[in-house]
Design a binder for this molecule. Structure first.
Ligand code: UTP
Length: 408
């Protein structure tokens, strides 16, 4: 079907009007973009933005293990199980770096953000590289390091690594792969045009990592290298422990295929997603979905029943990634303030949320397993995220946690 019919059939005629107003080169590029759109998927996405987010689900507590309440004997056992895998070269690390980092507002891929830590400022990617190098030295190995980028930031990310000589990490053990993106839609399900006359798209959420690993041959490569366990973590947590043998040992010992590190909520109403069982399967429930009564509920020892925050510190067997990669993870919609060009080419400046963005969440992959190992760590050792420009989870709060942890 040609682009005119495609747009008419899918009620996107406003783009036709816009096409009449731009020069041939821009028109040609825009038409190519239109021809690549999966309109069937677009319809499904639009339906999501209208869905009732308070559907009835059964939410229950999920057990966890506190790393610091393990007996010495159990701790040592889990450590030796984990270390055995790490030393035998069966462990790899994935960094999720395909996000747009809109809240931080840094110009460029989030991993290129310079953090003013002691004794000298370092980039987010540099902090990760250095932490991995420490693991390599400790175990006398070279961890294969995979970095997920997006179509928007892939080129800039690779250039940045080249410019900085890969921060001294063995270059042939770093592999970049890109996730896909999805068009954004307005409240009526219409595509929008950006200031450069392109269909406005955004990366499709960190939950696309499983499919992106399969599609880009990362899974196959890992299997060839005999990797059995893969850690996946966010680019923006400067205390992320990417190689905790206790988490690995616990997951293996509990005979699970997925493990995750948590930290206890700072207070019952902290705005974080927490682990639970949703309809009897491991899951993460967002703070907005957790009823107030449940958020406050405690067990007989006074521990919050829904207090284990998901901190994007996840571990998978290779098989688990394959299982999830073959599933269709749900997309979630987020209503954002986004500027765009209307059909006459006028810039519409958003003053309130106007456009829907669609993302798959990494934790929706947990749903396909009966169980999940959860290891509670400590905020001051495991979690110093940089999300916002200022205030909570900002460079300022993360730097303080980092300097304290490293006693700088
Ligand atoms: P966040 O959900 O905090 O998103 O990502 P973000 O892009 O960093 O920031 P905002 O929401 O736009 O302000 C958590 C982790 O998941 C990665 C991010 O790079 C970060 O490491 N991520 C997020 C992806 O890899 N891909 C995505 O599509 C979204």
């Amino acid at each position: 079907m040609n682009y005119i019919d495609l747009l008419k059939e899918n009620k996107q005629e406003h783009i036709l009007k816009f096409l009449d107003k731009i020069d041939d080169k821009d028109k040609e590029r825009l038409i190519k973009q239109i021809e690549q759109i999966d309109f069937k998927q677009l319809k499904e996405l639009y339906e999501i933005s209208k869905e009732d987010k308070n559907k009835a689900i059964i939410i229950e507590h999920i057990p966890f293990v506190d790393k610091y309440k393990l007996s010495e004997e159990r701790y040592n056992k889990l450590q030796s199980i984990g270390e055995e895998v790490i030393k035998s070269g069966k462990y790899a690390v994935v960094t999720l770096a395909g996000g747009q980092g809109t809240r931080l507002g840094h110009n460029g891929p989030k991993g290129t953000f310079l953090v003013n830590i002691k004794p000298k400022p370092k980039y987010l990617f540099e902090i990760i590289a250095e932490n991995l190098k420490k693991v390599n030295e400790k175990y006398n190995i070279v961890l294969p390091w995979y970095i997920m980028t997006s179509t928007e930031n892939n080129e800039k990310t690779e250039e940045f690594f080249e410019e900085h000589n890969f921060f001294g990490y063995p270059k042939n053990n770093i592999c970049f792969f890109s996730q896909d993106d999805l068009p954004l839609l307005d409240g009526d399900g219409k595509l929008v045009i950006d200031e450069n006359y392109n269909i406005k798209v955004a990366s499709n959420g960190n939950g696309s990592v499983y499919k992106a690993m399969k599609k880009n041959g990362v899974l196959d490569e890992m299997k060839k290298r005999n990797i059995e366990w893969v850690f996946m973590g966010a680019v923006d947590n400067i205390l992320l422990n990417m190689c905790d043998p206790i988490l690995l040992g616990l997951t293996i010992d509990e005979k699970n295929e997925v493990g995750s590190k948590s930290v206890v909520k700072a207070n019952p109403f902290e705005k974080v997603g927490v682990f639970c069982k949703k309809d009897n399967k491991p899951a993460v429930i967002e703070y907005s979905e957790l009823p107030e009564e449940m958020a406050k509920e405690t067990d007989e020892e006074g521990e919050l029943l829904f207090g284990e925050s998901h901190i994007s510190c996840n571990l998978y067997s290779i098989n688990a990634i394959e299982v999830i990669a073959d599933k269709k993870l749900p997309y979630h919609s987020a209503h954002k303030k986004i500027n765009y060009l209307d059909e006459n080419g006028n810039l519409i400046v958003a003053t309130e949320p106007n456009i829907f963005k669609y993302e798959a969440f990494i934790f929706d992959g947990f749903n396909y397993f009966d169980n999940l190992s959860i290891l509670r760590g400590r905020r001051e050792e495991d979690f110093a995220p940089i999300k916002n420009k200022a205030g909570v989870d900002s460079p300022e709060t993360a730097i303080e946690l980092y300097n304290n942890y490293w006693k700088l």
